[in-house]
Design a protein around this ligand. Structure first.
Ligand code: GDP
Ligand code: MG
Length: 162
């Protein structure tokens, strides 16, 4: 069975950028403003001899309060469909209240979740991890989706059980 990886997180953290890198497609729109990806988007990728499916989501608003408001239906659906959840946060923005709300949901979810800190390009890795430890989702993984930093290492580890 092909493992399914869901990309979730606030708007603008780099989910579509990572989706494009993982699927080598330009189909997922990437833009400088939040909320552009309105529906779930599916793509396939391959690392070594392992094939995987990636789901891009756009539906978690950083402006709302409470987990029910903060997690849009499509993101919850993507998590349900996934074997692996990559929860993305933004090293440049730092820890935001909406990150905390999403983390609270993911911590009680049974899905294997990885905390991925994006946009670490130009930042010293340890300080880029900042407060993200406090989310209680284990070791943060520093990446730069736009440049590929650490991306294949992460996917290699994530796919190991499959
Ligand atoms: P999404 O809303 O989570 O899908 O975020 P996008 O993939 O649309 O990216 C939002 C913005 O962050 C865009 O301007 C991207 O170019 C930028 N971005 C994405 N990944 C990186 C990265 O690794 N480093 C930097 N510096 N910017 C990034
Ligand atoms: Mg997007």
């Amino acid at each position: 069975m092909t493992p399914v990886i869901a990309l979730v997180g606030r708007p603008n953290v780099g989910k579509s950028t990572l989706f494009n890198r993982l699927t080598r497609s330009r189909d997922a729109l990437v833009a400088d403003f939040p909320g552009l990806t309105r529906d779930r988007k599916y793509g396939n990728g391959m690392l070594g001899d392992k094939v995987y499916t990636v789901i891009d989501t756009g539906g978690i608003s950083g402006d709302e309060e409470g987990i029910d408001a903060a997690m849009a239906e499509q993101s919850l659906a993507a998590i349900d469909e996934a074997d692996i959840v990559l929860f993305m946060v933004d090293a440049r923005a730092g820890l935001m209240p909406a990150d905390q709300a999403i983390a609270n949901h993911l911590r009680v979810n049974q899905k294997k979740t990885w905390l991925v800190v994006n946009k670490t390009d130009g930042l010293e890795e340890h300080s880029a991890m900042g407060d993200f430890w406090s989310l209680g989702l284990g070791d943060p993984w520093p990446i730069a989706a736009a440049h590929g930093r650490n991306v294949s290492t992460l996917i290699d580890v994530v796919l190991e059980p499959f």
